[in-house]
Design a protein. Sequence first.
Length: 387
Amino acid sequence: MDTHGKIGNPLVADEHQGMTPYLSGVLRWKKRILGFALAVTVLAGIVSFLLPKWYKSSTLLLLPRNQALGAMGSLSFLLRDFAPTGVAGKLGAGGGQLNYLAILNSRRAAEALIRRFDLIKVYDVNDASMEKALEEFSSNFSVEVQDDGSIGLSIYDRDSVRAAELTNAMVEVLNTIAIEIGTSEARSTRVFLEKRVEENRAALAEAEDRLRAFQEKRGMMVLSEDAKATAQAIGELFARKVKLDIELSILRKTAGEENESYRQLSLERNELERKLSTFPELGIESFRLFRDVMIQQKIMEFLVPMYEQTRFEEHRDVPVVSVLDKGVPAERKARPKRLLIIVSAALSALLLATMFVIGYIRFELYRSEHPDKYETLRSAFRVRRRA
């Protein structure tokens, strides 16, 4: 009887037949499988056409050559001639993109656009919640750093014109915030450098007065070429040391002592200290007086340009980024991707229906091959349902 049952039911087969019963069952149920997949595909198509259209507008931004925001970027540019090791050049090179990305992804920038374009109303946010509007805006905004170092940003909106306006407005907000941050940093650095310049002028005047008094008392002093060269070398090293002290002071305030550039500059300063300690301390008073004047003059040579640059940065209000590609209204929607939705739904429906048929065949095979176990499980299930 068992053999007759297996032959009579195409879903029941001997376990040694492998995949044959499954393939046979799928073929027998193919119309239902295809019908289910077709129904899901039609439903997905209807839904995809009911979904609202979203348009994408993008812009491409070029960062300034000196990428760092604020006074530190300008100082790294001015100090490059004083840093043979190239450390000063790294002050603005590594963090420039991160600074601009931080502004673009900031809450302040997003809120500025939400208020300017009344996006709470556009997004139909319940109870006029700014937090919900920020979440919605964040899901429709993206920013990416390109391989060439430029920054691309994109904004999605249901209105193609508004999407372009939002994109271009974000660039304006970026420039506004960047200028404000740069001005604030430049003001702080200007005050710091102004104090150093005044201190250096006083120290230079004092050194010159001592040298003048010595000459008036002893007459014209005569130094050998080697002594003059030594004094100039010491003066340049002291000037570089003061320059590093200034950079370290600014970096300590802006980036912290754990910053990699801060650590490298600290190592360079320690190396300068070692070099200065190798110079013999000559006891000739005329040499020491000449050396002190040279040191203060060398320091003044780079302090004054730095100070003037920070004064300029403090009052600069020109855009900090250049727009390579301006945002324009899109001619075609960016989403929903209807074809992708329909194809994905069709394939998922086919896979789900096929897996259901295979599972059903497996169930029938188990019931036929192990009727006692099946009845036991069935009875246990009924007892649990009654309990």
